[in-house]
Design a protein around this ligand. Structure first.
Ligand code: CO
Length: 277
């Protein structure tokens, strides 16, 4: 099979997380428990401050990475390593929780639209206890590729010889695409990576499946992705693919390890303050 097909379409499930922030969860639900190496995908999108102002007060993570892509709005991040950063429209924070981090994420705006994604990328067993760290990537840091038919902004991985800026521990391809009106996008991708497309606006078709704004489509494996935009306006979305880790996953909230014993250790380390070093 060379052509990646859309094997299922998901509308997401409304959840509340942090101090009561309203989100749509697409991965990490009953429908898609896990899409190796992806543990969770949340979309936050609201112009009602009551949905987002409470933010995400101090909370821990261990054993994976979080990738936050802000489509619209301003967020502030602080963590136990002493890092602090402001995430603005079009920028991304790629945080490696590794052996443990405690951080907070708060909207810096009082009104207006807050929109974006948070993705959790699992780490292989030999990297779960790596040193925590993070990088912010502004939109101007992404690699830009434009053809007659489409525009790609590449955050991570390589497409058509263009390589995104993100440093990868688990190999991930992450890009934002815009297909021009009534055009076709065809791109070659690694055959065995698992992944998905999520539509930001407009509509695309692939193997008789139609994906609309807010839809998440899960890909079969294959060597290329082909989307048709039959609309008279631009269709936009994100495509994210990752190399499967193929290891056991034991998750307890924000701790994701390989065994139950490692989860008990994570809880003990967190309770004894080891995440704060
Ligand atoms: Co967090």
């Amino acid at each position: 099979m060379f052509h990646r097909k859309i094997i299922s379409i998901h509308k997401g499930i409304s959840v509340s997380d942090g101090a009561g922030v309203k989100l749509k969860r697409y991965i990490g639900t009953e429908e898609i428990r896990f899409l190796d190496p992806f543990l969770m995908l949340d979309e936050f999108r609201s112009d009602n401050p009551n949905d987002y102002l409470a933010g995400f007060p101090d909370h821990p993570h261990r054993g994976f990475e979080t990738v936050t892509y802000l489509l619209e709005g301003i967020m502030e991040h602080k963590d136990s390593m002493g890092n602090k950063g402001i995430l603005e429209t079009g920028s991304v924070q790629w945080m490696t929780a590794g052996r443990g981090i405690v951080h907070s994420e708060f909207p810096k705006q009082k009104t207006g639209l807050l929109r974006g994604y948070q993705l959790w990328v699992n780490l292989p067993s030999n990297l779960k206890m790596t040193k925590p760290g993070y990088n912010d990537y502004l939109k101007k840091d992404w690699k830009f590729l434009e053809t007659d038919n489409f525009i790609l902004e590449i955050l991570s991985g390589e497409v058509s010889g263009k390589k995104g800026p993100a440093k990868n521990l688990t190999p991930v391809l992450y890009f934002d695409f815009k297909i021009k009106p009534n055009q076709l996008m065809h791109i070659d991708v690694p055959e065995n990576y698992n992944g998905f497309v999520h539509m930001i606006s407009g509509e695309v078709e692939s193997n008789q499946m139609s994906l609309k704004e807010g839809d998440l489509g899960v890909f079969s494996n294959g060597k290329y992705i082909q989307f048709q935009n039959k609309k008279d306006s631009i269709s936009q979305g994100i495509i994210v693919l990752g190399e499967p880790i193929n290891e056991p996953v034991v998750q307890y909230g924000p701790f994701v390890m390989n065994t139950e014993k490692e989860i008990y250790q994570a809880i003990e380390d967190f309770n004894s303050g080891k995440f704060l070093k």
